[in-house]
Design a protein around this ligand. Structure first.
Ligand SMILES: *Cc1c(COP(=O)(O)O)cnc(C)c1O
Length: 373
């Protein structure tokens, strides 16, 4: 009998450091420090340092981080924001919920937003490009920034999946007017519930975001603008502040696993792999290991039978294919690569609970599937 390899091991994030977490919880409980306390400020400071960004602000979750950023940048009615369709529904929903329209770009060979596709979608209404830094990898930010500059557009980043990723030494989430992160448990830096953050180098945007997250109240408690309740819990911030100290080790482990997958699979013709960890301009942090596989559904069943759990991202549906949301097929005929990709894409287990033995078993099982044909 072999053990099951789960796609993500939710118990592990607690078990790994349970004594420290108990201590933190006890200390905060005794102090009664639950909302907007020094632990949150400390985490925000450490995030700023980690990303080399002027401002980091903890908020309720990654979705609210995007909404908050869009509101602060004045995105609203009649505006269009270009995003990839290969993203979480939250990216598009945030745009919709502030009254604007999400416009979908195709993906390129790297499975990320395709700059060429972006260029063809720019209209008079376009206000911004918001790439999703997906799976722990930055898209080609030189190209995105230059398209934005030429067309006088803002750049925002949904970097929920890319905390610590870099492009030419610059951190994901720090390129445009604002970037975001999510601390959902299965994310790179996972909390024990929901959490998120906004990053910006712009003081005005930071101040607007800070007002918005706390009912429009300024530092003296006076209401000076409309806002909502979108604060990161102080307790989550304290846990995250602890986890951030060990975060580089976690990234290292993810990159090691990605390196092993890459070495093992690079000659299997039926697989298109994400770039290897040592790929020049990019520093990938591998939130996910997503590949494109011929005969995907059979591979997935085979792995399942061998007790290896995989996931098809977004449950197999890119945003533009959610028919109930009213997207017209005729508006999205250009999403050729995205449509093809979703017939083949699959995510193998990628997390810091994986043992060497488990990684090897995943590798051997994938290889066996393609060899036995
Ligand atoms: C997780 C995720 C979000 C949203 O984060 P939540 O914290 O769950 O609200 C947004 N965009 C992408 C690409 C994500 O993966």
């Amino acid at each position: 009998m072999v053990d099951e390899i789960p796609f993500f091991n939710y118990q592990h994030i607690y078990k790994k450091n349970s004594n420290e977490f108990k201590k933190i919880f006890n200390e905060l409980g005794l102090r009664g420090a639950y909302i907007l306390q020094k632990d949150l400020l400390s985490f925000e400071k450490n995030l700023q340092k980690f990303l080399n960004v002027k401002f980091a602000l903890g908020v309720a979750d990654g979705t609210n981080a995007i909404i908050n950023g869009l509101v602060a940048c004045g995105i609203g009615f009649k505006d269009e924001v270009i995003i990839a369709s290969h993203t979480y529904i939250a990216t598009a929903a945030a745009i919709k919920l502030v009254g604007a329209k999400p416009v979908f770009a195709d993906i390129g060979n790297d499975f990320l937003i395709c700059p060429k596709s972006v260029e063809t979608l720019i209209t008079k209404k376009t206000k911004a490009i918001m790439p999703t830094q997906l799976n722990g990898r930055c898209c080609d930010m030189d190209k995105i920034m230059s398209i934005a500059k030429t067309n006088k557009l803002e750049v925002f980043e949904d970097s929920a999946q890319a905390l610590g990723a870099k492009f030419k030494g610059k951190s994901a989430g720090t390129f445009g007017k604002f970037g975001t992160s999510s601390f959902y448990p299965a994310k790179l830096l996972g909390s024990f519930g929901d959490g998120g953050a906004i990053f910006t180098n712009n003081k005005k945007i930071f101040e607007k975001c800070r007002l918005y997250r706390d009912h429009g109240r300024n530092q003296d408690g006076q209401v000076v603008d409309w806002g909502t309740n979108s604060r990161l819990d102080n307790i989550q911030a304290a846990f995250l502040d602890f986890k951030l100290r060990h975060f580089l080790d976690e990234i290292k482990k993810r990159r090691e696993i990605a390196g092993k997958y890459h070495e093992a699979f690079k000659d299997i013709e039926e697989l298109s792999l994400p770039p290897a960890p040592s790929d020049g301009k990019h520093f990938d942090v591998y939130q996910n290991y997503e590949l494109a596989a011929e005969n995907r559904d059979n591979l997935r069943s085979y792995l399942f039978k061998k007790k290896i759990k995989t996931i098809i991202q977004w449950n197999g549906t890119p945003v533009h294919q959610f028919n109930k949301l009213g997207f017209k097929k005729s508006d999205n005929t250009h999403l050729v690569n995205t449509n093809l990709f979703f017939k083949k894409c699959l995510m193998l287990p990628m997390n810091t609970s994986l043992t060497d033995v488990q990684v090897q078993r995943i590798i051997d099982t994938v290889i066996k599937f393609y060899r036995k044909k």
